[in-house]
Write a protein that binds this ligand. Structure first.
Ligand SMILES: Cc1cc2nc3c(=O)[nH]c(=O)nc-3n(C[C@H](O)[C@H](O)[C@H](O)COP(=O)(O)O)c2cc1C
Length: 355
């Protein structure tokens, strides 16, 4: 059997292969609610054989959405609509995960199709929050620095969403601590200028994330995995970097986090990043090898052979495919052929399996 199609058991969840669909915003929700689009989009990737399907960044509060089109999970009704989708994903033998997020100073943006910039008042802009009152870029709204009381309230919102994620049938939650959104903004010296318990030292900057984890663990079953997606570096001199990511990984391991999903960037608009296969792989490998925690590696993974090589060289435990799965929802079914594995196909498609 190939490594890419070997199962992975994390706590009580068995994932049938190492292919994870990366969380990718669909900008197609209404008031945070999933629509037919989400059912077809996620359902098709389950039919296509991906082992773990990570739903897009899902806001824990209305004001934590990046755009009006983001998924949200702050009411029972949000959970009920998602349950319909997770039931179908399970019926196909895949595992459904959900990325819980708060967009911080990168909230209140236009849909990408409308320009991706900050929403103007006439377009329904809402007040945004961050650790410090520093805007993302020129022309972006200046966020309000969060009070301690508001920090605690957002932490509780993550737990509220995690509890609803369980009701909605998700078996993995991923905390979105990457890409310059709220948690990442606390971690990074470039965006966190606080002088209280949540700013300054490394311990203070990661406190918000660690407290969110504690809150989530109150409501999320012990036998189900928790992932954290991080940006291994901000690509900003003197800010968050791979060494701090490794220090963080050690803390997360102590907290019982199962997998670190290793991405990078997103904190500042002008970071210089060379986008090639493997551009984030060395970060995942170092975190995995230097701390022993499981990692998922993402970024320009497009082929089965790459996945096989990553696993063979023990650079990561899970291979995450993003845009490749947008181009080809049946990527996993086809990848199995490439690595000469005979996997089960949906019965409806058996006649297409071999020619
Ligand atoms: C349309 C789109 C939406 C995305 N939304 C999210 C998201 O919700 N959460 C997240 O962590 N990353 C998001 N990303 C980043 C991807 O998850 C992934 O890390 C990135 O595309 C690199 O992987 P790839 O080269 O395999 O696509 C998004 C990327 C795309 C293309």
């Amino acid at each position: 059997m190939s490594l890419l199609f070997s199962p992975l058991k994390i706590k009580d969840v068995e994932i049938k292969n190492r292919i994870m669909m990366s969380p990718m915003c669909q900008y197609s929700a209404k008031d945070g609610h999933a629509k037919d689009w989400h059912f077809v989009h996620y359902g098709t990737r389950a039919v296509g054989g991906a082992g773990l399907i990570m739903f897009e960044a899902t806001a824990v509060l209305p004001k934590g959405r990046i755009t009006y089109g983001d998924l949200g999970l702050w009411t029972e009704e949000h959970a009920q609509r998602l349950k319909h989708i997770t039931n179908f994903i399970k019926s196909q033998g895949s595992v459904a995960g959900i990325q819980l997020a708060h967009a911080g100073r990168k909230a209140s943006l236009q849909l990408p199709k409308d320009g991706d910039g900050p929403l103007r008042d006439a377009e329904g802009a809402w007040e945004i929050v961050a650790p410090s009152a520093i805007p993302f870029g020129n022309n972006y709204q200046v966020p309000t620095a969060l009070s301690i009381c508001d920090i605690h309230s957002i932490e509780e919102s993550f737990a509220n969403a995690a509890q609803k994620a369980f009701v909605a049938g998700f078996e993995v939650v991923e905390i979105h601590a990457a890409h310059g959104y709220l948690i990442n903004e606390f971690m990074s010296p470039a965006t966190n200028k606080r002088t209280d318990d949540y700013g300054g030292s490394f311990e203070n900057r990661i406190r918000f994330l660690l407290e969110i984890i504690d809150h989530i663990k109150f409501v999320w079953p012990d036998n189900l995995p928790i992932f954290v997606r991080i940006s291994a570096t901000d690509y900003v001199d003197g800010s968050w970097d791979i060494n701090q990511s490794i220090m963080l990984a050690k803390e997360l391991k102590k907290k019982g986090i199962d997998v670190i999903d290793v991405s990078s960037g997103g904190l500042v608009p002008d970071a210089k990043i060379q986008y090639d296969f493997g551009y984030q792989l060395a970060f995942a490998e170092r975190i995995h090898k230097e701390t022993g925690i499981m990692t998922a590696t993402v970024g320009m993974n497009t082929t089965a052979e790459q996945g096989e090589m990553i696993l063979r060289d023990d650079m990561s435990d899970i291979v995450v495919y993003g845009r490749e799965l947008l181009r080809d929802p049946y990527f996993a079914l086809n990848a199995a052929k490439v690595v000469h594995d005979d996997i089960e196909w949906p019965v409806q498609y058996i006649r297409a399996k071999n020619k």
